[in-house]
Structures are given as C-alpha cells and as structure tokens.
Design a protein around this ligand. Structure first.
Ligand SMILES: Cc1cc2nc3c(=O)[nH]c(=O)nc-3n(C[C@H](O)[C@H](O)[C@H](O)COP(=O)(O)OP(=O)(O)OC[C@H]3O[C@@H](n4cnc5c(N)ncnc54)[C@H](O)[C@@H]3O)c2cc1C
Length: 487
C-alpha cells in the first residue's frame, strides 16, 4: 500500500500539518521515533501571528484556557531592548506563555480526534525516491519494515535525517562560543528586590558585561521563575557532563556578581517530567537550500534553525504547516493548479530569512563590548520613532509577510475551523456566487451582511485573502490560480 503522505516527526509542526491534511480529506501517517511525548522543556510560549492563526482553527482556547481572539501585548523585547507597544495602533504583537509540552499535547489530541494515524516508537532510518513514490525504511517496536508514500514531509527537527538523505544543503552559521544555562527555579524575594533595584527587570534579556541574564515568573506557578544565563567565550564543558543547579549559580555569579540562592522549582502535577535544568552550547542559524526535492518536503526546524531570542520558532514553523497543509491536500485531491505546492517555498522561505536576520541582529545587540553598547544607544533612539517601532513589532510578530492581506478576525465565527477556502459574498448580491459556481465543490460560499467593504472576499484556508473586489474583474483568475480549474 502507498500512503498519500508520511510525515516524519511528531513534534508541534508535524502534528499541526497532520491536522491540516486531515481537514483537507487526506490520511497522513505520522512516524515519531519517541515512544512517548517529549517532556524536555523547550519553548515557553508562542509569539506573533500564529496565535490568531491557531484561533482560526479553534486551537487558541485550549492553549490559553480562554476564548480568542488573543489580545496584543503591551511590552516586548528586541535584543534586550524594551519595545513599549502601548501606543502602537494597531499593535500586531500577540504573546502567550504556554510550555511546548502543552502545545504538543493539544495538537496531538486534535490530530487523534481528526483520525490521524500516529505511529509512536517508529523511526525513519532511510529513504529513496523514484518517479512514483518515496520508499521509507522504518524501525518500529516490532522490527523494521518498509513503507511507500506519494509524498514525504520531513518535520524531524534541526538534525533532520530527511533533509540530509535528500541531499538538501543547510547553509548558515554556528556560533560555538555561546553557552546558555537555564532552570525553573525558586528565586528568593530578597533577590528579586535586589535585581529590580539594579535595574534588571524580569522578562528581559538583561545585558551585562560578562553575558546576559533573564528571569521570568512562570504562569500558574507562584514563586517559580525561569532563570537563564548566557555567556560567550567561556571554556566549553566536556561532553556528557551533567548539568547542575550549581553550574547555573556559578554562571549567574560570573555574570551578575551575586550569589543566586536558587532552589529547583518542582513542575506542577500536570507537567510530566523532572524540573527543567538545561545547558545549551552553540547557536545554529541555518536555512535549507530548498524546501522541496521531488516528492520530499521540509517543514519547521528541519527547514530552518536560529537562536530562540524573541521566541520566533513556532510562529514560523506552525505557519509553515498552515501554508503547506491545504496546498499538499489539494495536490493529493487532484485539484491543485500547477505550481501550487511550490508556492509553499516561495511564500515561506522569505519569512524564514527574515527570522534568521532578526535573531542574528538580536544576538549582535546582546553581545559584549563598548561598540555594541553604542549600537544599543542608537537603537534605543530609533525605537522612539513610531515608524521604527511599528517595523520591529511587525518583524517580531511575523506580520510583514509579503504574500497577501491577512484576515485577522474571521467575520463569521468558525469560518476557517475546517480549513476550507471561503468566498465571502455580500447578502443579496449574486455576482460572486455566479462566477464561483464552477468551484462550489472546493470553495464555500459564505454570505455576510452587506457593508462598506468589497462585495466579494476570497480567503485561502491559511487565512490570507486571495481576492477582494466587486467580482466583475479578477475573481475568476484568483479562483483558478489558487483552487484550480472550474468544474
Ligand atoms: C531551548 C529552546 C527554547 C525555545 N523557545 C522557544 C519559544 O519560546 N518559542 C518558540 O516559538 N520556539 C522556541 N523554541 C523553538 C521550538 O522549540 C522549535 O522551533 C520547535 O520544537 C520545532 O518543532 P518541529 O516540530 O519542527 O521539530 P521538533 O520539535 O524538533 O520535533 C521533531 C520530531 O521529530 C522526531 N524525529 C526526529 N528524527 C526522526 C526520525 N528519523 N524518525 C521519526 N521521528 C523523528 C523527534 O523525536 C521530534 O519529536 C525553542 C527551542 C529551544 C531548543
């Protein structure tokens, strides 16, 4: 049997893609080498447009514990400089503190509800493609087996086997000098007061001569903070050395000159796994040469990695999944116009290039040295200009995408929950419906009350507007361009 799509990797991006494909009527198989969901702490939150995008699918509420739409954040940070967004109108930047383990749980539950086949404990070990399919060697709990797939998506993380075996290059830079240490820790009250007294606020990359220090209160965990210290040019720790709280305290002492009397913060009962204690050495900033080679596509960290500054990783990867899902489903369902799947790369690779650019710029801004201090002063002045602030906020939110207007709030509740293309038409005006009759199997007609806006708005399943106007000109071309020939 040949599967339509196999996704290698059941991390957040692979799981969301699987949900999207199911919504598009495709039955993907997810191969995930871990027998259980990972409890290794990674992302602490989501930043940017992805929150509105998840709300379009009804996924914001289970993550946030309250209904959408998400509220914009009044403050954020860029390279350890404060962004005061209170007077920015509109403010495009949304944030939600939510651990990655919870995000993966919500996405896995949704995928299972939708009927996705997730094979845990199944590792992809080799692949080769021919004209008709990709042949996969898989090692499962009961031994090895072979699988054929019309398409393979590598959502298998930064060390992607799919990318390597397909021969796709991953150029960029690796900075081996940087070491970050982090823990979920109880910070004594007196110390919090001392940090505040020294002008070192929470939720901030506090840059000091020897490195940077960050601490932030964990949501729903009174007294527990995430504490992180990043240093450059410090002697490397020998491979295999276990990370300890003492190592974090030593690093904090070098950077702050203060002894942080930290105690590990126990995770809440709902978070499986040990308290977080982590050392990360080196920062990779790389992007795949191409996102596609024949029947193989790359998604998420397999396609791009970068520093975690500003938390852009999931904003990028999850929106890759929302962009690819409906296009690949259209290809498999036989109605994709020529080149539709290739627009995944032409639309998303430039967005990733901007994330690499701004995370590298932020890394430069927190580096030591008097020249950088001068650069920060200049940047601080520039951020006083509303235009600059607006540009940086859009960069951090990932809202400066060049491929169309974004429908931030769906005019009809649940409009995009099923990931179907929608044509919003003014009630009582039959022009758009007449043009779109040949696409009614693929595009839902949604009447909306007549207002001052355009008579017809064509919305792609990922929330981008493909056409707006009075339906007399261009609607037929837009329908054909995105949703294939009329039937
Ligand atoms: C310390 C840290 C902090 C971060 N903080 C943030 C943050 O605050 N906000 C944010 O948005 N992002 C953050 N990120 C980035 C975010 O964690 C990643 O972008 C995200 O995990 C990428 O998801 P993914 O699904 O592409 O890959 P992964 O999460 O790496 O998932 C890949 C999956 O593939 C599986 N796999 C690998 N090889 C195979 C194989 N051969 N066969 C089968 N399965 C395989 C793996 O087991 C894994 O489950 C952070 C990352 C780190 C490391």
């Amino acid at each position: 049997m040949t599967a339509d799509v196999v996704i290698s990797g059941g991390g957040p991006n692979g799981l969301l893609l699987a949900c999207e494909l199911r919504l598009g009527g495709v039955h993907p198989v997810v191969l995930e080498k871990l027998p259980e969901r990972s409890t290794v702490p990674r992302a602490n939150g989501l930043v940017g447009r992805v929150l509105e995008a998840l709300d379009h699918r009804g996924l914001y509420e289970p993550l946030a514990g309250r209904p959408g739409p998400p509220d914009p954040t009044p403050f954020f940070t860029f390279g350890g400089l404060q962004l005061d967004l209170r007077n920015l109108d509109p403010n495009p930047l949304h944030t939600l503190l939510v651990p990655q383990a919870r995000i993966e749980q919500v996405l896995e539950e949704r995928a299972l509800e939708l009927g996705v086949e997730i094979r845990r404990g199944h590792e992809l070990t080799a692949l080769r493609q021919d004209a008709d399919a990709v042949t996969l060697d898989v090692s499962g709990p009961e031994g090895g087996y072979r699988l054929r797939a019309r398409h393979l998506v590598g959502a298998d993380g930064g060390h992607s086997l799919v990318r390597k075996q397909t021969g796709i290059g991953f150029p960029g830079i690796t900075d081996d000098r940087v070491t970050s240490r982090a823990a979920h820790a109880v910070v004594p009250e007196a110390l919090l007061a001392e940090l505040a007294g020294r002008g070192l606020p929470p939720f901030f990359h506090n840059r000091l001569p020897g490195g940077s220090f960050t601490y932030a209160q964990m949501p729903h965990r009174p007294g527990v903070h995430i504490v992180s210290v990043t240093e450059g040019d410090h002697p490397p720790v020998p491979d295999g050395t276990p990370m300890t709280l003492g190592e974090l305290r030593d690093a904090a002492h070098r950077v702050l000159g203060t002894d942080l009397a930290l105690v590990l913060g126990e995770p809440p009962a709902s978070d499986a796994g040990p308290p977080m204690l982590r050392r990360t050495t080196g920062v990779n900033s790389r992007q795949a040469d191409t996102y596609r080679s024949g029947r193989v596509l790359l998604l998420g960290d397999a396609a791009h990695v970068h520093s975690a500054m500003g938390g852009p990783g999931l904003n990028l990867g999850l929106q890759d999944a929302l962009n690819l899902g409906w296009k690949l489903a259209a290809e498999i369902n036989g109605w994709a116009p020529p080149g539709l799947v290739d627009t995944y790369e032409s639309e998303r690779a430039p967005v990733s290039r901007r994330v690499l650019m701004h995370t590298r710029a932020q890394s430069a801004l927190v580096a030591p040295g008097d020249n950088i201090t001068a650069l920060r002063e200049l940047f601080t002045e520039l951020l006083g200009d509303t235009g600059t602030l607006r540009r940086i906020a859009a960069l951090m939110a990932g809202t400066d995408v060049p491929y169309g207007r974004w429908l931030s709030t769906a005019p009809v509740p649940g409009l995009l929950w099923r990931a179907r293309p929608a044509l919003l038409t003014s009630t009582g005006d039959g022009r758009a419906a007449a043009v779109a009759a040949g696409w009614k199997d693929r595009v839902d007609l949604v009447p909306v009350p007549r207002g001052p806006g355009p008579v017809a708005v064509l919305v792609r399943p990922d929330g981008y507007v493909a056409y707006e106007g009075d339906a007399s000109d261009g609607l037929r071309e837009a329908l054909t361009r995105w949703f294939g020939d009329e039937r």
